[in-house]
Design a protein around this ligand. Structure first.
Ligand SMILES: [Zn+2]
Length: 415
């Protein structure tokens, strides 16, 4: 005996009583096959139903539903280790998570409508479908199209409008069952049939010129109007096809609310109307670029002045410490100092505990050597070349230690 898939005939049924045909249990879970089921098993890009199987006054969460050898297998868990698993012949009651099911129905039917429109408008064929946690994707192949080779955003918007028009006119959705392929093939299908037997064909709209007509085993609402809304978010090339990211139903509305709230928040921050946000943003970006250029100009003036000040000092060891120059500023300074210095110049960026060494590179002023020996001894990390090196200290006290050691080494060597 094979389970009656009641969800195919009545996708609106939320509870049903049934009896167990067989069950296979271990400590953790049981796999149950029933005479009738309202639980949709994972398939055709749609996730399985969630819900409960109620037996012996206990509610068993349904953690997975899958189809194997035409049987629908319900995987159930138990909340109390002491509760008895249902066995062959047990009478059980099913309860599906309707919110989850209706979400699946809206999204799944939304995918049908948009795929049907893509086929009608552009001869685009849906070659892949995924209903993910964050969005739905469909892959449209335009290789059979006489006129179009790539899906543009304008085409996507045209399809989006046409898809929502199918919703607005409340196109009926109905499913026909065929035992064999031959009669089903006579319908105006958008895709050739892959199955030989037990075929469900879903038609949206008028059967003589349907908005969509395709083989599908999923659960669908009675009318396209129940889908409510279809919104395309993004299109991108994918393996020679065009991948469309979309949402349908309540999720499309919630996505719109979220994006609208972001826009509204931005409009308040920018003191602009929503339609002026782009212009205001462009103006802000351009103003920021100007400020950046000005800042760089004055930064270079300050850096050059600081370089001249350093070079006025004829000492063989010069140590300068800064709070306002960034490490990048000091690197810039060190590059400019390198060809002009006679001894060793040490530039310290105090907030970042970073020390830059610059020298003429001569014997006794080997920056890489100093970083490797004295720097490492004091806990610094880094290195470089004879004429410049960089050290980073985790602790400020280690950086101070390095400074003192360097000064004393210079005194000892009499440089
Ligand atoms: Zn379907």
């Amino acid at each position: 005996m094979i389970t009656n898939k009641i969800f195919q005939k009545d996708p609106y049924l939320r509870t049903l009583e049934s009896s167990v045909l067989s069950s296979n249990c271990d400590e953790e879970k049981a796999e149950v096959i029933l005479t009738d089921t309202i639980f949709f098993p994972t398939g055709g890009g749609q996730s399985c139903d969630k819900g409960f199987i109620i037996f012996d006054e206990n509610k068993y969460p349904v953690i997975d539903v899958y189809e194997k050898d035409r049987e629908v297998i319900h995987v159930i868990a138990r909340e109390k280790a002491s509760s008895r698993w249902p066995c062959q012949g047990s009478e059980v009651k099913m309860e599906i998570d309707w919110k989850h099911r209706f979400d699946n129905m809206q999204r799944h039917c939304g995918e049908h409508i948009l795929s049907g429109v893509m086929f009608k408008l552009f001869q685009g064929i849906n070659k892949g479908f995924h209903m993910g946690d964050d969005y739905i994707t469909i892959d449209i192949d335009l290789s059979q199209s006489e006129k179009y080779s790539v899906l543009t955003w304008e085409m996507a918007e045209e399809a989006e409008l046409a898809a929502n028009s199918v919703i607005w006119k409340g196109a009926p959705v109905h499913t026909d069952y065929f035992e064999t392929k031959e009669p089903a093939s006579k319908l105006p299908l958008r895709k050739p049939l892959a199955l030989e037997r037990d075929i469900s064909i879903v038609t949206i709209g008028d059967a003589s010129s349907p908005d969509d007509c395709v083989a599908c085993c999923g659960t669908h609402p009675r009318s396209a109007s129940e889908v409510g809304l279809i919104k395309i978010y993004k299109i991108e090339p994918n393996k020679g096809m065009s991948r469309i990211y979309l949402e349908a139903g309540e999720r499309a509305l919630r996505g719109y609310q979220k994006q609208f709230n972001t826009l509204y928040d931005m409009s308040l921050r920018l003191s602009a109307g929503i339609s002026d946000i782009t212009a205001k943003c462009d103006a802000k970006i351009s103003h920021m670029e100007d400020l950046k250029n000005q800042l760089n100009h004055f930064r270079n003036i300050t850096i050059n002045a600081e370089i001249e000040k350093i070079l006025q000092n004829s000492a063989k060891l010069i140590i300068r410490e800064y709070d306002d120059f960034s490490v990048d500023d000091l690197l810039n300074m060190s590059k400019k100092l390198e060809p002009r210095c006679n001894g060793l110049i040490v530039l310290i960026c105090r907030p970042h505990k970073t020390v830059l060494l610059v020298s003429c590179g001569n014997e006794g002023f080997n920056c890489a050597g100093i970083a490797k020996s004295l720097g490492s001894e004091c806990g610094g990390k880094g290195g470089g070349k004879p004429s410049s090196a960089r050290l980073f200290f985790r602790e400020k006290s280690d950086m101070e230690k390095f400074k003192t050691a360097l000064k004393s080494e210079f005194q000892t060597s009499g440089l």
